[in-house]
Ligand binder design. Structure first.
Ligand code: M6R
Length: 615
């Protein structure tokens, strides 16, 4: 949460910072701010409550000149969203300005200490403590900024990605990282960029360094990038090339990123499978499985950890691994797993799933698993993020940057990777026949085409959506592989339309939620033709008998459910285990169109952020 961006070089910083904030707005958008040092050495700080557009409006007519600056878009943790609590925060003398993503856990202790020495605080944030502490250390010890940052960070408990400017040294930005992401980019023309992820940098250079925990980077005009640790030992992080294209970062004619990302899914899955499924479509090759074959094939148990949508993908993974590979699987919310005392064996494989690769709870769960000696396998989208760097091995889903806060293509990418992994392990363990394996691989490669067909339901769903805008509650029902699809459909609706929705295993409805059903509550049932089809029809009957209004997702050509449901949405047929890849599409579209009908900001739903880097 929170996005940070910075620039120092030969160009005007303001446009780079604003564009960078727009790219990072998915990380938080309750307030934004920036600090610029102009050619006279003045440090100008501008902040506004609201979105980046509000900051831009606030800056009109102000001095926005300067070739060095830092900027921040906030997702509030400590202190309400307001311009006072927005970043950058500045030091008592007004000399330093600092931006921060993360949480300073011991900020109250530090604040009391500084207050007792006469330092007055302006904001209610944990961040302000950092900038005040750094200046206090600088002045009371008569040391330079870098040394003061090192001393200060030794006193800090918590997580941070920070960047600081000093109006007395306008030729330098110092930035540091501990458990919050930070990327530094540079080019041959003496320009440095920093950001929470590579998206604000991709436009200017493809040369980046992903800072490691404990790294402090000095971005100094005319100098090479210098990275040290808290004890001033020089570090040598690897220079990487970014492979994000600008097209991936733009809306490409769609009104919202979410809609663009929904429609991108067929191509995303083709990218995800490219190079992994051969041209004859009879073999999946995942290099991670080749490199760690023994560990993976002989797993005694798989524990899947993740949060939100990634956890839903994990529930599908459980069914895939259990039915195809005959390996017992547990699926855990990372946030619960990390604070229980789970029994973890050395021959367990822990699969951590995360789109962003930065989710704090998932990182902590991985740490716990690693300490217990388990083998940790990552499934991630963001290239170079923390999770792929801290897991033993893993697979990128390769669906491109996902910017809409509500996850769509990452979900289907995760399920595709889980499908490829389960099929690979099943083949290696001989738990499915060679013939079945090949049939399934062929079917998996046909999913993108079937998704294209499923996307044709868009117009029908757009027409249906207004009917549901009145709803206060909705129920999503599914069984087997479609139960996690019901959970995911409900999550999408909650997130972007603010309608309460619950996903439930269809047969469990009669154990409680059936009491809620009346003509006011829309019930969405995933009733595709699979081994539980007849049972789901009975569940639909139960809803109907209580006056409930049913919208059913059915397999094309289904005539039985058409007679029972108020609305049916037809989907192409596929194997039961791949049905979530198809059935999730109309539910994503439904949530999207309902939210649009309600006039909601689909890409920036209230209170949420894309990357949850705090507990
Ligand atoms: O980046 P991650 O996959 O680790 O994120 C996990 C959840 O925060 C995320 O899936 C969240 O639930 C989405 N907003 C769902 O649309």
């Amino acid at each position: 949460m929170c996005g940070i961006v910075g620039y120092i070089g030969k160009k005007e910083a303001y446009p780079i910072l604003i564009k960078g904030l727009q790219r990072l707005e998915y990380r938080g958008y309750d307030s934004a701010g920036l600090a610029l040092i102009n050619s006279q050495g003045n440090l100008n700080v501008y902040k506004a409550k609201g979105k980046v557009a509000d900051l831009e409006a606030y800056c009109v007519g102000k001095d926005i000149s300067g070739c060095v600056g830092i900027a921040h878009t906030r997702w509030a943790t400590h202190g309400e969203p307001s311009s006072v609590n927005a970043h950058p925060h500045y030091s008592a003398s007004g000399r330093l300005a600092l931006i921060h993503n993360g949480i300073i856990e011991n900020y109250l202790t530090l604040k009391e200490k500084l207050s007792s020495r006469g330092i007055a605080f302006q904001s209610a944030t944990d961040t302000e403590v950092l900038v005040q502490l750094i200046e206090y250390i600088m002045t009371s010890n008569d040391i330079g900024l870098l040394e003061a940052v090192q001393v200060a960070l030794h006193q800090v408990i918590g997580t941070y990605a920070i960047a600081i400017v000093d109006r007395m040294h306008p030729d330098t930005i110092i930035c540091a990282r501990q458990s919050s992401p930070l990327v530094v980019g540079f080019d041959a023309e003496d320009n440095f960029y920093l950001a929470s992820d590579a998206s604000p940098i991709a436009e200017y250079t493809d040369q980046v360094v992903y800072l490691n925990d404990g790294d402090i980077a000095v971005l100094q005009r005319g100098q090479k990038l210098h990275v040290v640790n808290l004890d001033n030992v020089t570090q040598h992080p690897k220079v990487k090339q970014i492979d994000v294209t600008l097209g991936q970062l733009e809306k490409g004619g769609y009104p919202f990123f979410m809609l663009k990302e929904i429609f991108e899914q067929p191509d995303c899955l083709r990218d995800c499978m490219r190079g992994r499924i051969n041209a004859d479509r009879d073999k999946i090759t995942l290099s991670a499985v080749i490199d760690f074959r023994e560990k993976l094939v002989s797993a005694r148990r798989i524990i899947i950890v993740g949060c939100g949508t990634s956890w839903h993908a994990g529930l599908i993974g459980k069914q895939l691994f259990e039915s195809l590979c005959r390996i017992p699987v547990e699926v855990e919310y990372a946030s619960e797993f990390r604070y229980r005392e789970p029994v973890i064996f050395k021959d367990d494989v822990v699969v951590a799933i995360s789109q962003s690769g930065e989710t704090a709870d998932t990182l902590a769960a991985i740490e716990l698993a690693r300490k217990a000696g388990a083998f940790v396998f990552g499934i991630c989208n963001a290239i170079g993020a923390s999770i792929p760097r801290m897991t033993s091995t893993g697979v990128y889903i390769h669906v491109g940057p996902e910017i809409g806060v509500a996850s769509t293509k990452a979900f289907t990418g995760q399920v595709t990777v889980l499908s490829m992994l389960a099929l690979t392990l099943a083949n290696e363990r001989h738990t499915i026949s060679e013939e079945r394996y090949k049939e399934m691989v062929v079917e998996l490669t046909q999913i993108p085409d079937k998704m294209e067909q499923a996307l044709k339901t868009n117009e029908q769903i757009e027409r249906l959506a207004p009917i549901f805008t009145y709803a206060k509650n909705c129920l999503y029902l599914g069984r087997g592989y479609n139960y996690p699809v019901a959970l995911e459909g409900a999550l999408k609706l909650k997130e972007i339309s603010y309608i309460h929705a619950e996903g439930y295993p269809a047969a469990e409805m009669k154990h409680g939620p059936i009491a809620l059903i009346d003509s006011e509550m829309p019930v969405f049932v995933i009733a595709t033709r699979d081994k539980l089809y007849e049972k789901v029809i009975s569940n639909i009957q139960e809803v109907r008998a209580r006056g409930g209004r049913v919208t059913a997702l059915v397999t094309e050509g289904d005539t039985r459910i058409r007679q029972l449901a108020d609305h049916v949405i037809e989907l192409p047929d596929t194997l039961e285990c791949f049905q979530p890849l198809i059935a999730s599409i109309p539910l994503q579209l439904l949530a999207y169109h309902i939210a649009v009908c309600k006039g909601k900001d689909v890409d920036r739903p209230r209170n949420l952020a894309k990357s949850v880097t705090v507990e």
